[in-house]
Design a protein around this ligand. Structure first.
Ligand code: ADP
Length: 258
């Protein structure tokens, strides 16, 4: 019945893909791609088959975060074969660009590219396809959530007021298109120094309060941990390491479990 409703609303599913989860943020730089990458890995560690589609054409980061510079090939049906890294099937503009070359695509073309990433990629049988949406709530994001049958959305924010205001906009965008919010992730929630003192660099508890106000679950609070950035930069997301190794790694595994 859900499929019927989705179809009636102009959204269509992706054949072979059981669940589509969008990771969104109102503001850039809050850790959305970090969350999407680590969530994809943590989900695959539960035994699921997982794909990750980087819908951020203008600032693709998934290829770097997975340390892959492979070029996707086409199969005999003219579909793009996703790149596989750390057991995750990936598609990102980063694979199609030379390093340092900017993407110059305008609105309608951008929408076409994104649709191609979703529809003309041989995703195969997936338990989860995670969509790393571009930051914000503009036309590109809206088109994706209006046309693809997204099962649920995760909103990433920092505790900072400006990020929370933008996160609220993301929540209302999903409400408008009837996509359930799975929850909020408060990233960069604090930094703990070697003496155990916590510094709330972007303010304290903003994500927790916002989740209560919006009546959505708070899925995780993730501290700033330099290894999270180092792992992302080195192409091996932190969730690949033992969850007991860091609070962040544990948080991603908990998120995937729920
Ligand atoms: P967005 O996708 O929202 O633009 P990114 O995931 O690219 O944000 O994160 C921005 C930068 O912050 C990256 O360099 C990333 O490694 C770093 N980062 C994100 N979350 C954390 C964290 N919890 N601890 C340390 N660094 C982080």
């Amino acid at each position: 019945a859900a499929g019927g409703e989705q179809a009636a609303s102009g959204k269509s599913s992706i054949p072979g893909v059981k669940k589509i989860i969008a990771v969104a943020s109102g503001k850039g730089g809050v850790g959305k791609s970090t969350v999407a990458s680590n969530l994809a890995i943590a989900l695959s560690k539960t035994g699921a088959r997982v794909g990750l589609c980087d819908c951020d054409l203008y600032g693709p980061s998934i290829s770097m975060m997975f340390g892959s510079h492979d070029r996707p090939m086409a199969n005999e049906h003219d579909e793009i074969i996703p790149v596989e890294a750390h057991g995750i099937l990936l598609m990102s503009m980063g694979f199609l660009l030379e390093e340092r070359s900017p993407v110059i695509v305008r609105g309608p073309m951008a929408t076409r590219y994104t649709q191609q990433f979703l529809r003309q990629v041989a995703w195969g049988e997936l338990d989860y396809l995670v969509l790393d949406l571009p930051p914000g709530t503009g036309d590109i994001q809206l088109t994706i959530v209006q046309t693809v049958a997204v099962d649920g959305a995760i909103i990433v924010t920092t505790p900072q007021e400006i990020a929370l205001i933008d996160a609220r906009k993301a929540v209302s965008m999903f409400a408008k298109v009837n996509v359930p919010i799975l929850g909020l992730i408060e990233n960069m929630a604090w930094f703990e120094c070697e003496h155990g003192t916590r510094y709330h660099l972007f303010g304290e508890g903003g994500g927790t309060r916002e989740a209560e106000t919006l009546n959505v679950p708070l899925l995780a609070r993730i501290p700033i941990e330099p290894p999270v950035r180092e792992a992302g930069d080195s192409g091996k997301p932190i969730a690949l390491t033992d969850p007991s190794a860091s609070t962040a790694s544990a948080a991603f595994h908990d998120c995937a479990a729920t």
